[in-house]
Design a protein around this ligand. Structure first.
Ligand SMILES: [Zn+2]
Length: 227
């Protein structure tokens, strides 16, 4: 706790005074352009990764960057998405998985979460990734399998995202885009799902257009070549 309290004091003394005007403006409202859904993993820090200022990113985190399908499960993440789209009117939703994800490891080895019934039940929403990889890519090494599960889970969660009426309506009107990304912790690399090509491609500054994730196209067909 001392570490946190000292950290807050540093923020109050060193960071806040430099951005006093921004915080004054933000005190009465927010207008973030992007909702960023990622894993709760402590190594994934969206604001740090994107050099984002307060008020820019509407971040939601849970184990495995999961979005349960509509009507199957009333969850915090679904409520937050409705709020982000309807009230904040975000223009983008990103679902971002990451390397070395414990949730993805548990998909492969359910015994890892046997003593955690809530975690095991939550990960059922990512079962599609496990099943697709299991059925299509039995030959992969452990490392390749984890990478495929992580990517396939992002694509599966994008599909769930589209089942939310509020998201489907905003996509239909063209006011919202959805994106599926994977962040590599060791390499500081970002890859985005490109639905047109059915594969993940590296995101680099200077690229004209981000690949669109319109997840009616499945990813599995391209998993082997990407691994
Ligand atoms: Zn994770």
């Amino acid at each position: 706790m001392k570490r946190l309290i000292d950290g807050f004091e540093h923020f109050r003394q060193q960071v806040f005074p430099l951005q006093r005007e921004l915080f004054k403006k933000l005190a009465s409202g927010q207008s973030p352009g992007t909702m960023f859904i990622t894993c709760a993993d402590s190594r994934v820090m969206p604001e740090l990764m994107f050099n984002a200022q307060p008020g820019e990113l509407f971040v939601y985190r849970n184990i495995g960057n999961i979005v349960p399908p509509y009507a199957q499960h009333v969850s915090g993440v679904v409520a937050a998405i409705e709020y982000a789209v309807r009230v904040l009117q975000v223009r983008h939703i990103v679902i971002c998985g990451h390397s070395d994800c414990g949730a993805m490891k548990a998909l492969r080895k359910p015994e890892l979460v046997r003593s955690m019934p809530s975690v095991a039940a939550w990960l059922k929403h990512a079962d599609v990734a496990r099943y697709v990889v299991e059925q299509n890519h039995a030959e992969l090494s452990d490392e390749q399998c984890l990478q495929c599960l992580t990517r396939e889970n992002v694509v599966g969660q994008l599909e769930h995202l589209r089942t939310l009426p509020v998201v489907a309506a905003a996509l239909a009107s063209g006011s919202l885009s959805i994106h599926g990304w994977v962040y590599d912790i060791a390499l500081a690399e970002l890859q985005a799902f490109d639905a047109q090509r059915g594969r993940f491609v590296e995101i680099r500054a200077g690229h004209d257009q981000l690949p669109e994730a319109t997840p009616h196209l499945r990813f599995a067909a391209a998993v082997a070549s990407a691994a």
